[in-house]
Design a protein around this ligand. Structure first.
Ligand SMILES: CC(C)(COP(=O)(O)OP(=O)(O)OC[C@H]1O[C@@H](n2cnc3c(N)ncnc32)[C@H](O)[C@@H]1OP(=O)(O)O)[C@@H](O)C(=O)NCCC(=O)NCCS
Length: 173
C-alpha cells in the first residue's frame, strides 16, 4: 500500500534494480550543480552501485527513492543529528531534470515530512541551499521553512566561492 500513490509519485526505499533508472536521471551535469560533492559527475555505474549498496549514505536514515511513472527518478533523505542535535536533521533531495518545474518536489517534501517527522522525536529540520538554487529555496518556503541566515562563502565550487542559505522548520515539542 502506498500512502503517496494518489499524488502521482511513490516514496520508497531504493532497490538494487533501480540502477539503470538511477544512472539515467543522476548522470546529468545539471543535477549536481545545487548538491554537495558527494553527488558526483559524471555519475558512473560504479557510483550508482556504491550508492545502492549503502556505501554513500547511511540507509538506516530515511533515505527514499522518488518513483514517478514506474521509475526511480530522484531521491530524498534526512540525515539525523546526534547527541545534543539528535532532535534535528538535515534534509536533502534531488529530482531528474525531465521532471523539473511541475511542482513534484514541493509535493514530495510535504509527503516525506508527513511520513518521517511524526513520532520520530524530530523537532527541527534544516536544509542548506546554494545561492545559485532559487528553485530549491522556493520548494522549502512552500513547505513552511523559514530562511534563517547565510553561511557566507561556505562552499567552493569550480566557478568560485558560494554562499549557503540556511532554511529551518520547527515542530512543537
Ligand atoms: C531544486 C529541485 C528539487 C526543484 O524541483 P521541482 O520539482 O522542479 O520543484 P517545484 O516545481 O516543486 O517548485 C519549484 C519552484 O521554484 C520556482 N523556480 C524555479 N526556477 C526558479 C528560479 N530560477 N528563480 C526563482 N524561482 C524558481 C518555481 O517557479 C517553483 O515555484 P512556484 O511553484 O512558486 O512557481 C530540482 O530542480 C532539482 O532536483 N535540482 C537538482 C538538485 C538540487 O538542487 N537539489 C536541492 C539541493 S538543496
Amino acid at each position: 500500500m502506498n500512502p503517496d500513490g494518489n499524488a502521482g509519485f511513490i516514496l520508497r526505499p531504493w532497490r538494487t534494480d533501480d540502477l539503470d533508472a538511477l544512472l539515467k536521471h543522476a548522470n546529468d551535469p545539471w543535477v549536481p550543480r545545487g548538491l554537495s560533492d558527494r553527488f558526483p559527475h559524471p555519475y558512473t555505474r560504479a557510483d550508482g552501485q556504491a550508492f545502492l549498496a549503502g556505501h554513500v549514505v547511511d540507509f538506516s536514515d530515511p533515505v527514499l527513492a522518488i518513483e514517478i511513472a514506474g521509475e526511480a527518478c530522484g531521491g530524498i533523505a534526512l540525515r539525523r543529528g546526534s547527541g545534543e542535535r539528535a532532535h534535528g536533521g538535515e534534509l536533502g533531495y534531488w529530482l531528474g531534470r525531465a521532471h523539473w518545474g511541475h511542482g513534484w518536489m514541493t509535493r514530495v517534501v510535504a509527503a516525506y515530512l508527513d511520513r518521517v517527522v511524526p513520532g520520530s522525536g524530530l523537532l527541527r529540520v534544516e536544509a542548506n541551499v546554494l545561492d545559485t538554487n532559487p528553485a530549491s529555496a522556493r520548494v522549502l518556503e512552500k513547505n513552511g521553512f523559514v530562511e534563517e541566515g547565510l553561511r557566507r562563502g561556505a562552499v567552493c565550487k569550480p566557478d568560485g566561492l558560494h554562499d549557503l542559505r540556511l532554511f529551518g522548520r520547527c515542530w512543537p515539542r
